[in-house]
Design a protein around this ligand. Structure first.
Ligand code: NAD
Length: 496
């Protein structure tokens, strides 16, 4: 019998009795290693109730005490992140060094949240009108819901919960059913760090759990990260019921290469951003837009580097691991078939890979496709795998127009040594995160993360100061001085 990953409710494992489960695989072995519980309405209600009951006490806890708990959590996480990395690799498949990298990026937000007393400070203006002072405060919302994707089972939840908890909210997180164990490990770590029971709850499940969070009048906000169709669904439904929503969606990120670029840097960057985490990153580079005549010089440099990449089990020091499930591997591989049918040139074909791993793993090696028609699904759809496309354009302007015509606007990059071109690109490109000679421009945790267009619904962005704003509501208070001379009836609009 497989192990069942249950829920974590009110500071303890909550054994599911829903009778519904979903398989969790070790993608490098290609075998089911666990099953994850899929919550029913009773379990959804129990998780939300635990968070609701814990809220008044946690909200009233002093900032000093909250800060100490966040510090303890940070120390525990930092000293034991190797354990979490192993869990991530065993369910997601990404190589161990990459799993550690994801945790480190999430830990940045935990560290940011340790400064919460400073971040929650309000403003005060004395004598705004005669004898009247005005000030503002930041107050927590209550129970907040987090719904996360499979590709960053630790980092994406950590974009949200450190700030939400530090600000005095209580959390129900619904992890991806493909890799649910990271959230359970994190829940136990919070308990060890001294977080009161009920402040951090894990609700495992599928659409039913998501809808349970969206429909509950006790959940004040939803932070979602995942694919665009689901992000849009979440945005529409959660905002209809009056919740705050930040819903981050899919991506199709381009890297524009001008003829004057440093092609060694470009080739290294294309490899890192195209094939890191097997391309299962929302900030992965999916398309290299080569301004002619650069493509013919660039492609051999990329191909040479691809030849050195080792695909295999993430526990064996390989460069790239498997894809998350067999279905996802097959879907990604089908885009290589489409590329061939649509007249593109498959320069490096990853469909029959040599791997350092079990033959049953969900493998697909790095693939490079040149001359991809921009009408092909290979170009228009998010592939989310190790398939890098090259599109050749005649000019900078044609490249920018192409990138701006896309449905997504998550990340992009320009590679050039021309400062003027870089400056123009930064202004002209309609994308949320822009790199100049940096292929994956994920901002550090004290800046906000998020794309434009179909890559983000809602007007807030994850973490940073905007994260603090999202998880709190501001309150402006006007206060009159206790001076009897200001009394008496006055029907006019308050003036100075
Ligand atoms: P997904 O949309 O399939 O799932 C995300 C979450 O939504 C999961 O918790 C899942 O259980 C839930 N879900 C799935 N189907 C649902 C439905 N019909 N109704 C309600 N809930 C549902 O995404 P995924 O495959 O787990 O993750 C990959 C996607 O996430 C990619 O598109 C990637 O670009 C995107 N992503 C975006 C960012 C970003 O910052 N913009 C970051 C990471 C991943």
């Amino acid at each position: 019998m497989s192990t069942v990953v249950n829920h974590w409710i009110n500071g303890a494992e909550f054994v599911s009795t829903s009778g519904r489960t979903s398989p969790v695989y070790d993608p490098a072995l290609g075998t089911e290693t666990k099953r994850v519980a899929l919550a029913n309405q009773t379990e959804i209600d129990a998780a939300i109730k635990a968070a609701k009951d814990a809220y008044p006490k946690w909200r009233d806890e002093s900032l000093a005490k909250r800060q100490q708990i966040i510090f303890s959590f940070r120390e525990l996480l930092n000293s034991r992140k190797g354990e979490l990395a192993e869990i991530i690799t065993s369910e997601h498949g990404k190589v161990l060094s990459d799993a550690l990298g994801e945790i480190t990026r999430g830990q940045e937000v935990v560290e940011f949240a340790t400064g919460i007393p400073h971040l929650l400070k309000g403003f005060y203006t004395e004598n705004a009108s005669t004898g009247v002072d005005v000030y503002s405060t930041r107050q927590p919302l209550g129970v907040v819901g987090i719904i996360s994707p499979f590709n960053f089972p630790a980092m994406v939840p950590m974009w949200f919960f450190p700030i939400a908890i530090a600000a005095g909210n209580t959390v129900v997180i619904k992890p991806s059913e493909k890799d649910p164990s990271a959230s359970m490990w994190i829940a136990k770590l919070w308990k060890e760090a001294g977080l009161p029971d009920g402040v951090f709850n894990v609700l495992n499940g599928d659409k039913e759990s998501v809808d349970g969070l969206l429909n509950s009048p006790d959940v004040e906000s939803i932070s979602f990260v995942g694919s665009t169709p689901i992000a849009q669904y979440i945005y529409e439904n959660a905002s209809r019921s009056g919740k705050r929503v930040q819903a981050l969606g899919g991506a199709k990120n381009h890297m524009l290469v001008l003829p004057d670029a440093d092609l060694e840097l470009v080739a290294d960057s294309a490899i890192n951003a195209g094939f890191g985490s097997a391309g299962e990153r929302c900030m992965a580079i999916s398309v290299v837009v080569a301004v002619e005549p650069v493509a013919d010089k660039l492609i051999p440099k990329i191909v040479e580097r691809m030849g050195k990449l080792r695909t295999g089990d993430g526990r064996r020091g390989c460069d790239m691991g498997p894809l998350v499930t067999r279905e996802h591997r097959d879907k990604v591989a089908s885009y290589i078939d489409i590329a061939e049918k649509d007249g593109a040139t498959v320069v490096v074909d990853g469909r029959n890979p040599q791997v350092d791993g079990d033959a049953n793993g969900f493998w697909l090696a790095p693939t490079l496709v040149d001359k991809v028609p921009t009408t092909s699904k290979v170009y228009t759809e998010e592939i989310f795998g190790p398939v890098l496309s090259i599109v050749r354009v005649k000019s900078y302007d044609e490249g920018v127009a192409l990138i701006n015509s896309g449905a997504f606007g998550n990340g992009t990059a320009i590679f050039t040594n021309d400062g003027g071109a870089a400056r123009r690109f930064q202004n002209e490109i309609q994308v949320g995160m822009v790199g100049i000679n940096v292929p994956i421009p994920v901002p550090v945790a004290y800046y906000s993360f998020g794309g434009w267009k179909q890559s983000l619904f809602g007007d807030t962005k994850a973490h940073g100061v905007e994260g603090v704003h999202f998880f709190t509501r501001g309150k402006a208070i006007t206060s009159r001085w206790l001076d009897p001379s200001h009394g008496g009836i006055n029907l006019g609009f308050p003036q100075n």
